[in-house]
Design a protein around this ligand. Sequence first.
Ligand code: UT7
Length: 328
Amino acid sequence: MKISAAIKGVYGHVPDNVVTNHDLAKVVDTNDEWITSRTGIKERRHQTEGASSDMAQMAVDGLLKKLDIDPLEIDLVVVATVTPDYPFPSTANVLCDKSGMKNAWGFDLKAACSGFIYALSTGAQFIESGKHKKVIVVGVDKMTSIIDFEDRTTCIIFGDGAGAVLLEPDENGLGVQDFILRSDGSGREYLVQPGGGSLHPPTHETVDNRMHYVKQEGKQVFKFAVTNMADVSAEIMEKNNLKSDDIDWLVPHQANLRIIDATANRMGLPKEKVMINIQKYGNTTAATLPLCLWDYENQLKKGDNIVLSAFGGGFTWGAVYLKWAYNS
Ligand code: UT7
């Protein structure tokens, strides 16, 4: 039997600090009604101390404890993030040290809001090849470290959080079945952190010009996101001969409730089959999908057909089809 990569556990971490729409209305010219109707977000979490690796550590430590696994057993850690602790070394490197995963190697993967599906598909390859037995995939972002709290078009959207899953080999046909991943770098101007990299290394000028903050042309990104996320989700269904009734859950990236609804409609799925937590966490970039799995874990059943789907900066987008591997 072919080896597939199955998720054997999930854990999440969000900071305690809750920031409501009303709180943000005291900082920028906005209001609860606008944010709720345009995005579906009511509140988000802001990390007040520490870095992405600290949230990732909370998620990974929680995961290992829950599954009663020694950190020394972990072979590989893939961390999806656009807010690494440092330009280098990688957050995976730091995380392995903090969580005691001393036998693991690891790396960061940058695909913005599509980070988790890129990382999950990558981690799955190391299981399927037979090379590794225990792979941890993390989605983590401290978006508040790159958000401009003078820009009402972005600061209302994003939040901080982390989620982690453990992948192990499965020989019973469960786990990751298929993925479709896409990338179009010509979209980079619409959603970008322009400063701080090799194109515009940090200078007084880049900081004065606020180039180290996220810039987004929301309308343009919305247009691409709503089409591509729905298209790729329909495509993975068709490729795997899945009808709407065959799908138990859609796990959509949590960027905007209107994009989630459009994707679910295109797949012919009722609301009850769609994981939604955008109202309480906002857009946590690479963390949205594992945080959804964490929130809904106790409703998932062994054998459930699940489609994860995302769209993000780059542009990057895609979908993963998997069969859930355990009952909670
Ligand atoms: O996660 C990765 C991918 N990212 C996404 O998928 C995000 C995609 N884009 C979106 O979700 C939406 O475009 C936004 C939520 C960012 C914005 O919603 P929108 O319906 O596209 O609004 P808009 O940008 O067209 O702005 C409409 C109006 C503008 O005023 P005028 O020009 O009509 O007078 C904005 O200035 O709303 C104004 N506006 C705000 N008003 C109150 C923009 N931000 C705010 C705000 N509060 N926070």
